[in-house]
Design a protein around this ligand. Sequence first.
Ligand code: DGJ
Length: 544
Amino acid sequence: MIQKELPFKSLIIFSVILFSIESNGQTRPHLIKKGNAVQLVVNEKPYLILGGELGNSSASDMNYMRSLWPKMNELNLNTLLAPVYWELMEPEEGIFDFSLTDSLISEARKHKLKLVLLWFGSWKNSMSCYAPAWIKTNPTRFPRAKQKSGISTEILSPFYEENLLADIKAFRALMKHLALIDKNASTVIMVQVENEIGMIPEARDYSEKANEEFMKAVPEKLMKYLKENKEKLIPEFYNFWKAGGFKTSGNWEEVFGKSAATDEAFMALRFASYVEKVAAAGKTEYNIPMYVNAALIRAGYQPGQYPSAGPLPHLIDIWRTAAPSIDILAPDIYFPFIEEWCNKYHQSGNPLFIPEAKNEPEAAIKVFYAIGAHDGIGFSPFAIEQSDDTRKDPLRKSYDLLSQLTPLILENQGKGQIIGFIFDQNKKETEIQLGGYTLHIKHIFTLNYSPKALEKVWQMTGGIIICTGPGKYFIAGSGIVVTFEPEQKDGSIAGILSANQGRFENGVWKQGRRMNGDEDHQGRHIRIFDDNFEIQKVELYLYK
Ligand code: DGJ
């Protein structure tokens, strides 16, 4: 569908979490708070994203996409994350072509998938490579960020109104179009605004306007937020402010000192303010959840060496203050062990959603941790279409378990009744209290049953446990062994009353094998081998 955009109207900023009711009584996708968790609600029910993100160029050709849809179903995805490319959507200024988006939506519906759309607008992995040609070729009207030396970068400067207005106009047109074609079906459940924003190879923009702004006072709004929330600030940011002596007025270098970290904070505020205006304008047309994603920092890298000023953990306070229309700050985790980054993103009220994870066998395990340990909203390996043999992909198996468990997970999120864990050679075990017992959960290789236990590198294993009552659990995952100890210290011993392997079919538990004898070490542990993904329903009892 090609459409000419109507004149731009004034912006209305919506609150972060909004329960928006359509006139026909249907609710739009939205976020709700449930206990300590935040849940995404779609078609009036809580929803867990078992996702996968397409490689960057796949969604630019619907013929190319044709063979990919069945793969998504085979992998047991319920949601596909797919880009919307500004350059293809607005090839001429003010002339919009939504045909790719329309086709994505109709194919997703046919394949019973939901979509998260990724707005490849002003920035994609720092650069402005998806800006339309009429923007790229007119740097006088649409100025670039500059390096200290004066050299231009292929990054649109966030300091110039024309750049912002062009992005707002396009994004707003997209959201208006989505409202028109999708508000009753809610096939599109969330939108990512821009992609991995970040300054590189220097931490800040040295364009003329950027230099002017840098010399001005730190905006009062930020100073006020810092003063009012001093004790609640993210520790890294607190220490950064402290190092400058907790100053409450002055320009950026007067308040925070002269450093690349100050340059980064200055840029973060600007990027976040820009994104806020884009997101808020989009929400005036169609108010569904929106998030931004971040490229994470490699150990030892300094601002400027990594894409700086994006929604990184140490900048959460700045992003939250400047971009209230953004509901989630999300990490793209390509690192081997994800615990640290999940902890850094699941803080200060920010729910955990991982829109990009490395597409590798370990992704099938990491998802248990993200959802189980952090009440995660969802998980999504990147370049999902590149799976060679979807039928053998371990993700297919873990997504199968998680989709069976989804109603139970959603019912128990925010109540402290779900745990998740991952193990490898460096982290072989954990101990967690749940349902009146201490659960000792270990990597299956700690049993030494397998010759692979002698290998230096242990394959990643893990799982999720949902407690449904005292001593009652659903234990799911791969490569784990669990023993139990009562929390009460009166000499009681924990025994396994029953362990059943099984499946949920349409939400109803269908019992399979009774896992006793050799299978539970004659009542001493619950285990799932590393070549298997399964669910066991377990009940404990106490004896003396
Ligand atoms: C992170 C980006 O967000 C993706 O679009 C893609 O470029 C991947 N990196 C490639 O690893």
